[in-house]
Design a protein around this ligand. Structure first.
Ligand code: ADP
Ligand code: MG
Length: 259
């Protein structure tokens, strides 16, 4: 697809994700908060990227824009060959459903719906027929090894199991990219390890994974580490150079919550 035709964008459509000079400014009354200040980033299919940085540095703002949950104030975003920056809300919702699987720190499951129903929901929005939807949701639950809990509601599941349901929900649409904003932030360290084993496996199976984390051990699972500071990318290195970035930016962070 060749939407745009802006010379400055040449090549952006080759990447799964390409953003250029992305800005996000929040207006709080008279004050402006520049959450992102000119971010450039390209991510290709089957990459495994960890985004790290201090609290308030713009990580969630960036993830929400990448996930089409929010729009930038300025700049370009290309996703799977399409220029997202100029889509309206309906088009954004459509692209989000097709291309993005999003996993949140706090799971965001519907409390009164079973695991199976939660996983089916993105396909309900898409209008997939019931039988097909159910089969796809069961396959996704199988991928996260939760078939035996399909009928359970979130409050009948452990934190790790809830996150696995949320990951199944993200996978059920077969998205181009799996985005996870601090997916282990509400889990104890053993459960975090299990969830990360699952992300590792999904990456090995060919998925593109981008996750935000505060935790060094988790960042080290990825193949590429992007550090963000004050709304700007301060480092972008392959995992074998992780020591260069992990020494600095994570210091002064609050420690992971006790189990
Ligand atoms: P991180 O995820 O790295 O902790 P965020 O992306 O959540 O950081 O926030 C980046 C900056 O933008 C912070 O200064 C935060 O206070 C501000 N911010 C985030 N969301 C909003 C919002 N909806 N309205 C105003 N300011 C916001
Ligand atoms: Mg955040």
């Amino acid at each position: 697809m060749t939407a745009g035709g802006n010379g400055a964008s040449a090549g952006s459509e080759k990447h799964l994700i390409a953003i250029r000079d992305l800005w996000k400014t929040y207006r709080m009354g008279a004050e402006e908060v520049h959450a992102l200040r000119g971010v450039d980033l390209a991510i290709d299919r089957n990459e495994y990227v960890a985004i790290i940085g201090p609290s308030g540095s713009g990580k969630s703002t960036l993830m929400n824009i990448l996930g089409c949950l929010d729009t930038p104030t300025k700049g370009e975003y290309w996703l799977a060959g399409r220029r997202v920056s100029d889509l309206d809300d309906d088009e954004l919702a459509f692209i989000r459903n097709r291309e993005i699987g999003f996993v949140f720190q706090t799971f965001h499951l519907l409390a009164r719906a079973s695991a199976l129903r939660n996983v089916e929901l993105p396909l309900v929005y898409r209008g997939t027929p019931a039988a097909e939807r159910r089969a796809a949701a069961l396959r996704a639950l199988e991928e996260v090894e939760l078939t035996t809990r399909a009928g359970h509601k979130p409050n009948e599941l452990s934190g790790g199991q809830r996150q696995r349901v949320a990951i199944a929900r993200a996978l059920v649409t077969k998205p181009s990219i799996l985005l996870a904003d601090e997916p282990t932030g509400n889990l104890d360290s053993t459960t975090s390890g299990e969830i990360m084993d699952l992300f590792d496996r999904l990456h090995r199976e060919g998925n593109t994974v981008v996750l935000v984390t505060h935790e060094r051990d988790i960042a080290l699972r990825a193949r590429r580490i992007v550090a963000i500071h004050d709304g700007r990318i301060s480092a972008d290195v392959p995992a074998d150079r992780a020591a260069e970035v992990l020494a600095g930016p994570l210091e002064g962070q609050r420690p992971p919550e006790a189990p």
